[in-house]
Design a protein around this ligand. Structure first.
Ligand code: SF4
Length: 61
């Protein structure tokens, strides 16, 4: 599983980092993906971050 953040959509809310700090980090008011691919044991939390993003900025592949 890979995730990416659309920087144009991200509003820097920090939800993703709060939910899954192993994968997401907010810097300069934008979320960045720290791990590619997402570690298997983080996939559930990464999915929760996707579902909880208020602007729909995170996609997975
Ligand atoms: S939850 Fe969505 S909008 Fe908020 S920082 Fe993460 S990617 Fe950006």
């Amino acid at each position: 599983m890979k995730v990416s953040v659309d920087k144009d959509l991200c509003i820097g809310s920090g939800n993703c980092e709060a939910t899954c700090p192993e994968v997401f980090e907010v810097r300069d008011e934008k979320a960045h993906v720290k791990t590619d691919p997402v570690p298997e044991d983080q996939e559930d939390k990464a999915q929760q971050a996707i579902d909880g993003c208020p602007s729909g900025a995170i996609t997975k592949s």
